[in-house]
Every structure is written in structure tokens, then in C-alpha cells.
Design a binder for this molecule. Structure first.
Ligand code: DX5
Ligand code: ZN
Length: 210
């Protein structure tokens, strides 16, 4: 299982990116919020443009925005492995095509209250489903237990449609929750990793290898 760390709750992003760069974290999870799709707004792209100075890790960009088409061109210029948009956002098809045109892997995220069947039309177009285990918008929330059932149902859909799509889970993940998510491909974790001085130790615990 891979681990992607979100720095959304960091008080010192530059220092935390440097610290994470010497761990074996697989991706840096870049949360982008527009103040419309979710209440809060993250820093502008201008401030992120230089992220490569602090990390050589591949980025996993999570666009929590109403109009992903407006953001993709910018984030495609970074060292980006995945760009994930929300199934609840506008122009999903166009946005997925645009991500693909950059040769970047396509992710589709779903909020906790959205019917999983809304994913069906896109299953053969995406590389990853990012299942939200909290309401998107801020770090440090509690994992919604029902997510475990939703993951099983989404896996079933993927199997029925005979497609190869990875599952990533985002929100409220700690060591205990990670034990229940062994069959997930990527775990996204923010506050749990940043809550301890030793980020590598936290990442090992998420992987179940301390
Ligand atoms: C929530 C974000 C998450 C979040 C993860 O809206 O998409 O990526 O920052 O942080 P924790 O692990 O603290 O829930
Ligand atoms: Zn996220």
C-alpha cells in the first residue's frame, strides 16, 4: 500500500515538505480548495509553483473545486503523478480529457454523501477513485466508519465493470484506521503524520511496519 501525505494542516509547509522528502512517503498530497466547492480556500498556485525546490516526491493533486478546468493546466506543470477532480464538480468529462492530454493519471473523488453509482459513467476513464472519508474542506476530522462499506461497494462496481482502477482513501486516517484499510491502494494522511516529530515513524505505522 502506498502513502500520500497531505500538508494541509501544516504550520510550516516548506519545513514539512523538506522533512517529508527524506522519508519513504510515496506522494505529496496537494489539497486545492476554491472557497466555493468547499468553504475554505488554499493558497494560490503562484505560491506552489516552487514546490520542486522543497520536494522531489511526485505529487498527488486533489482539486476540491467547482470548476476543475480552470486549475488543471497549472497543476499539470508540476511533478504531478495524479490529478483528482470531484465527481460532484462541473465538466467532469472535459476535465478528465484535459488531464489525460498531459499524460497525467486521472483521479475521481467522491464525497461521503454522494451516491456511488454516480461514478459508473467514468469508471473506464479514470485510473483512481479517491474515496472521501470525511467531508472535504479541512484536515483533522474524524474518519466516517461507513467509508469501509462504501469502499467494498465501489470495489464491487469496479469488478463488475471489468476495469483497472485504484482506490485511494482520504480523511481521518490514523494507525488504527489503516489496519482496516489493508486492501486499499493509496492512503492519504495529513494530521496523523504531522502530529509527531518523526514523520517516517508515522508513515511506517500507517504501513503497519513499525
Ligand atoms: C480534506 C482533505 C484531506 C485532509 C487529510 O478535505 O482532502 O486531504 O487534509 O487530512 P487528515 O488526515 O488530517 O484528515
Ligand atoms: Zn485531500
Amino acid at each position: 500500500m502506498k502513502v500520500s501525505v497531505s500538508y494541509l494542516t501544516s504550520n510550516n509547509v516548506v519545513e514539512d515538505l523538506r522533512k517529508l522528502n527524506v522519508t519513504n512517503v510515496d506522494f505529496i498530497h496537494v489539497d486545492v480548495m476554491d472557497g466555493k466547492f468547499v468553504k475554505h480556500k488554499t493558497e494560490s498556485f503562484k505560491q506552489l509553483k516552487n514546490i520542486h525546490k522543497y520536494t522531489s516526491k511526485r505529487l498527488d493533486v486533489h482539486l476540491m473545486v467547482q470548476k476543475p478546468l480552470k486549475y488543471i493546466d497549472d497543476y499539470a506543470t508540476l511533478n504531478t503523478e495524479y490529478i483528482t477532480i470531484h465527481v460532484e464538480s462541473k465538466d467532469v468529462d472535459k476535465a478528465l480529457n484535459l488531464i489525460e492530454s498531459y499524460g497525467i493519471k486521472k483521479g475521481l473523488s467522491i464525497k461521503p454523501d454522494t451516491d456511488i453509482n454516480t461514478l459508473i459513467p467514468y469508471l473506464d476513464k479514470v485510473d483512481l477513485i479517491l474515496v472521501m472519508a470525511v467531508q472535504p474542506g479541512r484536515g483533522g476530522q474524524t474518519f466516517i466508519e461507513d467509508t469501509i462499506t462504501r469502499i467494498k461497494q465501489i470495489k464491487k462496481l469496479i469488478k463488475e465493470h471489468k476495469v483497472k482502477v485504484l482506490i485511494s482513501v482520504d480523511g481521518g486516517i490514523n494507525e488504527e484506521i489503516a489496519k482496516k484499510l489493508k486492501d486499499v491502494d493509496i492512503l492519504v494522511s495529513g494530521s496523523y503524520v504531522l502530529s509527531h516529530e518523526d514523520y517516517q515513524y508515522q508513515i511506517y505505522k500507517l504501513r503497519g511496519k513499525q
